[in-house]
Write a protein that binds this ligand. Structure first.
Ligand code: 13P
Length: 250
């Protein structure tokens, strides 16, 4: 039985005050979240603050991105070892906003995945199709291609050390959640594809769903056999909303 993981991706949101308030709200309710594993991914500049606030709690810290480079002349980048210095456990890689808005392709994403892993961060690898791709009937091809880039670079065993997140682009920030069955179908496809390469990896890896997850729809999504939690955007910015999703994992 895989543990449910609920991770909040705060994206480009927050201020010093709102971040303190949000973390304190989450910590106030964390005792009611049972066995659900929880992580928050603040903007880089708030990571030191959030890292301090989370000391002694079960809430883990993650970044929204990570450089493919470890150090050197790479202006503006943040490396995996820097994130480890602040007790980050996870690093999101290949979020659809990075892919679409910052032209990060499959190979670049795979290098970020490798960089995260090489310093002991757990990559949260995002995959997912656009509406156009879904309507063209190529969802599985797109997701397979995104996974294959990482498997080719790092090998199938590396997926066992990571978390996957299926985030259909058309469901992100739109209020249009995939139905539990639509999400389950793609999760099952992903797990089946991995099983063809390594059954133990397929059985072990947590596959999160992301895209307009809310307190009101989380329980039915998490009840699906191949959905092991959620990657939450908008609803992770309010402690009560985020905690309601965490509790749905029980
Ligand atoms: P929303 O929950 O706002 O749809 O965002 C999902 C997401 O992109 C998480 O990474």
């Amino acid at each position: 039985m895989r543990q449910i993981l609920v991770a909040g991706n705060w994206k480009l949101n927050g201020s010093l005050d709102s971040v303190k308030q949000l973390v304190s709200g989450i910590l106030g309710g964390v005792d009611d979240t049972g066995n659900t594993a929880i992580a928050v991914c603040p903007p880089f500049v708030y990571i030191p603050l959030v890292s301090n606030l989370l000391v002694g709690s079960k809430v883990k810290l993650g970044s929204q991105d990570v450089s493919d480079q470890e150090s050197g002349a790479f202006t503006g980048e943040i490396s995996g070892p820097m994130l480890k210095d602040f007790s980050c456990s996870y690093a999101i890689v290949g979020h659809s906003e990075r892919r679409a808005l910052y032209a990060e392709n499959d190979e670049f994403t795979a290098r970020k995945f490798a960089a995260a892993r090489s310093c002991g961060l757990i990559p949260i690898l995002c995959v997912g199709e656009t509406l156009e791709e879904r309507e063209a009937g190529i969802t599985e091809q797109v997701v397979a291609r995104q996974l294959d880039a990482v498997i080719e670079l790092e090998g199938i065993a590396a997926i066992g050390d990571a978390v996957l997140a299926y985030e259909p682009v058309w469901a992100i920030g739109t209020g249009k959640t995939a139905t539990p069955q639509q999400a389950q179908d793609v999760h099952a496809f992903i797990r089946g594809k991995l099983a063809g390469l390594d059954q133990a990896v397929a059985d072990k890896v947590q596959i999160l769903y992301g895209g307009s997850v809310k307190g009101s729809n989380a329980a039915e999504l998490f009840a699906m056999s191949d959905i092991d939690g959620g990657l939450i955007g908008g609803a992770s910015l309010q402690a009560d909303d985020f905690l309601a999703i965490c509790m749905a994992g029980n």
